[in-house]
Each structure stands twice: as structure tokens, then as C-alpha cells.
Design a protein around this ligand. Structure first.
Ligand code: CP3
Length: 344
């Protein structure tokens, strides 16, 4: 890179950047009319993920509209089970489905051919780095082993991931084997994303919040720490954001135990606790996505509270979880302007 360092990378190095850089989880998505149009052209959701041309297009859409400080690769965490031949499909209006995995099928799982299957996603990363503005950071991502495993076991999304929690108690060995395999494969996948041009990668542990204390340690911390160790052994400069949604008090030692550069915070994390966590390094978050749906003072008050509590330290402004389809694109423009101090 020739120009100034990208702002998000500066924050990931521990610097305070003011105003803080901003991107939004799920920033490419159904709230944008241009996304819905491209999505309709693509056919299935996975077809969109595996078409570098269309995936580049939808990744760039929110950058064109809002000039976010980072683009996030358009893909999904469930491309890993898809690459593991679990028959992943996205049913309109119902969410993801796949063949539920059992003990016997876990024993037969192997990583052969996974990276070949994901080659189109890596091609998307390569093209994105060429097409993005110089100042825009590019983020890669994958799911954390626990979160990916919850979908693989239930074969679908469930409200509290009871099937995966139960499976882990009943078949601890098979479950650990599944997590280890996912950690190894996912780390290789992240390394490929970094080599193709990702400035940083985010590990999404969206279901970390349903785990008890010991299970959080074994199923959320340990596999993510292992992934980051593999990535860092091979790419010492790699920057990693770890997002353990709903982890609450378990976030206290999460950065130290996993080795993540930055930790993502959901909107339930109190700002006073967030400020404590920020003393140890960069944080990312944590506006309630419903404030973006509501707009008005709900939006501006939420933004201002975060800037006041966390704006004087290393912060990447984001939502506390993905933006929802109901969000008004005009509210997103107001959000970005407010964070950048362009709007009273
Ligand atoms: O953030 C981005 O803009 C990049 C793309 C991205 C998607 N999914 C696109 C997507 C990312 C980073 C994800 C991550 C993801 N996928 C997570 C972790 C983050 C989180 O939200 O908790 C999870 C759990 C998934 C699995 C998944 N994918 C579910 C449960 C669903 C269905 C629910 C829903 O919102 O529809 C998806 C589908 C999905 N992934 C969509 C998008 C834009 C919507 C599908 C569509 O366009 O038809």
C-alpha cells in the first residue's frame, strides 16, 4: 500500500482515531434496494456467494452509498458446512437449512477439497482489493467453530441452540472433534483471505451467549484461540477481530485468552464495562440495530452515548449485531454523518 494506513488498521494497532472509523455488520443486505435487485438476479443465496462478479458488486454497494471505512467480503459463515458437503440451502423466509450431523457423520468428516470449493470466495477478495478505494479497508471473515457447529448439529437456526448444547453434553468427544476440524479449516480459510488482500478478519461467534461458563471456555474461547494461533504462526502481522455475541461477563478475559486484536461488543454490553475492556485494547460496536430502524433521537442518542463513552480510545464504530432488513437506508446515512461529526 502506498498511501496513508487505513483507519481501521490503525485502530487495530491500538491507536485512537477521531472520529472513529465505521462499518456495519451485514452492511450489504436486504435493507438496500440495489442488494435486493442483484440478489434476485443471482438466483439462490449461495449462488450469490460463489459468483465473484455479483459478490463484488454487492460488497461495493454500501461503500458507494455511504463511504464506510471498511468493506466486508460478501459471503456467509455457512459456506464452510457447504464445503463440507452438508447440503446447505437457504429457504426463502425460513433461513438456512442443512443435513443435521450426528456422531457417525462427524467421524467421517474431513477437510479434503474445502479450500477448492471456496476458491470463488477467495477470488472475490482478490477482485475487491483491486476495485476498492485505496483508503477503504477490506475485511474477511468466517464463523467461529461453536456458532458454525450449532447450525451443523441442528441443521437449522434455533432460538437457543439447545440441540448443539445437548449434543455437546451427550457426545463430548465427537463434539470436540467437530470443533477442532472447524477450527483448522477455518484458520486455513482466513489465511487465504488475508493472502488475497484482506486487511483484517472477523470471527463471528454469534451464539456465544447461550454457553455456560465452562462451556464458553471450552467451546468459544479455546477453538477461537487455536484459530488465531494458527493464523498468527503463519501470518504474524494478521489482524483479527473476535465477536462473541451475548458473552456478557465472559468478555472480561476474552481478548487475552483468544489473542484477538479487537473484540466486538453487542448492544447489551454496558458502556461502562465496554470502557473497561477498551483499556486493554480496541473495541468494536455496539449500537442496537433497532435504533437504526427507529431513527430520530433513538439513533442520535445511541450514537452520542457510544462516542462519549468510547470515542477517546481505540474504537471501531459498528452496530451490536447485523443491520436488519427493516432499516431505512436514510437512517444509515444519518448514522454515518453523526459518527463523523458532520451532523449536529
Ligand atoms: O456483513 C456483511 O455484509 C457480509 C455478509 C454476511 C452475510 N452473513 C450475508 C447474509 C456475513 C458477515 C454473514 C455472517 C453470518 N451468517 C452470521 C454471523 C453474523 C450474524 O448475523 O450473527 C450468521 C449466523 C450467518 C448465518 C445466516 N446467513 C443466517 C442465520 C441467515 C438467515 C437469516 C437472515 O438474516 O436472513 C443468513 C442469510 C444471509 N447472510 C443474508 C445475508 C445478506 C440474507 C439472505 C438473503 O439475502 O436472502
Amino acid at each position: 500500500m502506498t498511501g496513508a494506513p487505513r483507519k481501521i488498521v490503525e485502530v487495530l494497532e491500538g491507536k485512537t482515531v477521531s472520529p472513529p472509523p465505521i462499518w456495519l455488520m451485514r452492511q450489504a443486505g436486504r435493507y438496500l434496494p440495489e442488494y435486493r435487485e442483484t440478489r434476485a438476479k443471482a438466483g439462490g443465496f449461495l449462488d450469490l456467494c460463489y459468483s465473484p462478479e455479483l459478490a463484488v458488486e454487492v460488497t461495493l454497494q454500501p461503500i458507494r452509498r455511504y463511504g464506510f471505512d471498511a468493506a466486508i467480503l460478501f459471503s456467509d459463515i455457512l459456506v464452510i458446512p457447504d464445503a463440507l458437503k452438508r447440503n446447505v440451502r437457504f429457504v426463502e423466509g425460513e433461513g438456512p437449512r442443512m443435513d443435521p450431523i450426528d456422531e457417525g457423520a462427524i467421524r467421517l468428516l474431513n477437510g479434503d477439497g474445502v479450500l477448492d470449493h471456496l476458491a470463488p470466495v477467495i477470488e472475490t477478495v482478490r477482485r475487491l482489493r483491486r476495485e476498492l478505494p485505496e483508503e477503504t479497508a477490506l475485511l474477511g471473515f468466517c464463523g467461529a467453530p461453536w456458532t458454525v457447529a450449532t447450525y451443523m448439529i441442528a441443521g437449522r437456526g434455533t432460538p437457543d441452540q439447545a440441540p448443539a448444547r445437548l449434543f455437546a453434553y451427550r457426545f463430548p468427544q465427537a463434539f470436540e472433534q467437530l470443533l477442532s476440524l472447524l477450527a483448522e479449516i477455518s484458520a486455513e480459510y482466513l489465511i487465504e483471505q488475508i493472502d488475497a488482500g484482506a486487511d483484517a478478519v472477523q470471527i463471528f461467534d454469534s451464539w456465544a451467549g447461550v454457553l455456560g461458563e465452562r462451556e464458553f471456555e471450552a467451546y468459544a474461547v479455546k477453538p477461537v484461540a487455536r484459530m488465531i494461533e494458527i493464523v498468527r504462526n503463519r501470518r504474524p502481522q494478521a489482524k483479527v477481530i473476535a465477536f462473541a455475541k451475548g458473552a456478557g461477563m465472559n468478555l472480561k478475559d476474552y481478548r487475552r485468552k483468544t489473542g484477538a486484536d479487537a473484540i466486538g461488543l453487542d448492544w447489551s454490553v454496558p458502556l461502562s464495562f465496554a470502557a473497561e475492556l477498551q483499556k486493554d485494547g480496541p473495541v468494536q460496536g455496539n449500537l442496537d440495530p433497532m435504533r437504526v430502524v427507529a431513527g430520530g433521537v433513538s439513533l442520535t442518542e445511541g450514537v452520542d452515548a457510544i462516542l462519549q463513552a468510547l470515542g477517546n480510545g481505540p474504537l471501531i464504530f459498528n452496530l451490536g449485531h447485523g443491520i436488519t432488513p427493516e432499516a431505512d437506508p436514510a437512517h444509515v446515512a444519518e448514522l454515518v454523518e453523526r459518527v463523523r461529526g458532520m451532523r449536529p
